[in-house]
Design a protein around this ligand. Structure first.
Ligand SMILES: *Cc1c(COP(=O)(O)O)cnc(C)c1O
Length: 230
């Protein structure tokens, strides 16, 4: 199957899952996780109609950005981000989905302020409490939210998660459900600089389950580009 055909199929599945969850198809955005795919392959996905490109590594993003891979398509950063690399992203990406600690928020705020930009971000939640994964612990998230007011050049627009790998799709559903609960609970409170607009969760193996549980951004790599060759 070609990238174009895969995008068509995935979009159709996204739309059907959206409708199953009582939403309009256009309320759920398809983010192509483009890691390890070169600029021409990314272009094919963009032209086939993905809503967003999501890149994992700053180096890859910079190269493909210069090659015009993402032109005309919103660009998100979705990988682990080091503070010293923030400077390469501000002004290029619409959303940094993977903000996993306060120090990173500080660095983003500082750089965005210096450029006169307000940077939208999502907070990454370590929903499975996994030692090997970064992100805010679900039960400590609320204690940090009042502190978002101090970052005038950052707007928190929602939450992102990568749940633990599960053998069966149904095992992952409770993690998605907990994320939706957090999203709703936080949204019901009023914190300065915080609005719960985007809930980014679900990948190739489980994006339909994620949508059924309330995701409105899904990040799909293999389902669009095929298996990655490391
Ligand atoms: C690679 C990646 C994805 C997509 O994974 P697939 O299983 O290939 O769909 C989604 N989110 C993040 C953060 C990724 O790094």
């Amino acid at each position: 199957m070609s990238i174009t055909e895969n995008v068509k199929t995935v979009k159709q599945r996204v739309a059907e899952a959206a409708v199953r969850s009582g939403r309009a198809p256009e309320e759920v955005r398809l983010c192509a996780a483009t890691k390890m795919n070169d600029a021409p392959r990314v272009r094919e996905a963009v032209e086939a109609g993905v809503d967003i490109c999501g890149e994992n590594r700053v180096q890859e993003l910079t190269e493909k950005y210069e090659q015009g891979a993402y032109t005309g398509c919103p660009l998100h950063f979705i990988g682990h981000l080091q503070k010293n690399k923030v400077k390469y992203l501000i002004g290029k990406v619409q959303l940094i989905e993977s903000v996993d600690c306060m120090e990173l928020l500080e660095a983003i705020d500082k750089k965005a302020k210096s450029m006169g930009i307000v940077q939208d971000v999502l907070l990454e939640v370590n929903i499975g409490g996994e030692a090997a994964k970064s992100g805010f612990a679900p039960d400590e998230l609320e204690q940090y939210l009042p502190q978002m007011a101090q970052f005038s050049a950052v707007r928190v627009r929602g939450l992102m998660a990568i749940p633990p790998i599960c053998e069966k799709t149904e095992e992952i559903r409770p993690y998605f459900r907990s994320m939706k609960q957090l999203f709703v609970d936080i949204g019901a409170k009023k914190y300065d600089n915080v609005s719960m607009d985007f809930l980014s969760m679900g990948m190739s193996a489980d994006f339909e389950t994620a949508i059924e549980e309330g995701a409105n951004i899904v990040r799909v790599g293999t389902g669009i580009f095929g298996a990655r060759h490391y």
